[in-house]
Design a protein around this ligand. Sequence first.
Ligand code: DGL
Length: 260
Amino acid sequence: MSKQPIGIFDSGVGGTSIWKEIRNVLPNENSIYLADSINAPYGPKGTRKIIELSIKNTEFLLEKNCKIIVVACNTATTNAISILREKYNVPFIGIEPAIKPAALNTKTKAIGILATKGTLSSALFHNTSSLYSNGITIIEQIGEGIVQLIENGSLDSLEMELLLKSYLKPMLKANIDYLVLGCTHYPYLIPKLIKLLPKHVKIIDSGLAVAKQTKSVLEQLDLLNTEVLKPKNEFYINLKNTEVMQSLLGKPFNVDYLEF
Ligand code: DGL
């Protein structure tokens, strides 16, 4: 069992930011990453469709014999993880915007959350944000268009810079001192965000916490891979153009096109 891979899925290429954290924390583990880019973005889709796609992705990974599934997508986690946990007898790790550390540490009493429409409108997000919103202003901003730009290889475009500036504007006006990234595509924006934000604004991203949680669950269930051979990392995307994902991962990793 322990040699079985960790399965990871996202609506697209963004979850590779989580895969990188997992690889650093769990360097011995085999892994299979699935990018459902043909259906990206999930953000504007309704809950029912997001659940359907999350089930399809999970079944693919279970057929590949994965021992644990990491839902490397805030939108899929906040809309579908409870259904997945009910339906399948395998541990699931999810990712949600990390409001708690921002809300507990803000000095200006204002924090910003950048996430997809699907995440911000989910019941899970509402429950968490209402737990921590007492006495602070939470500026929620839908990152409309960001996922598509990253998916089509326009991470470094002028269009991206203009979008980010417009999304940060109301947050800066409200004097936020924490910006919570609520989408696994967004860690790729961090170098740009650092340039656009005043120095005192801290960026919070939950990738490392997800990787640590994955390790801790594997430890608890005695599922860590104890074999110290070179691990096998497989990457699948259902778009013929594999270049964007390939460039995010870099060498020596290899991305394969697969229809699913
Ligand atoms: N990476 C996904 C997330 O974390 C992107 C969602 C989308 O496809 O809109 O929410």
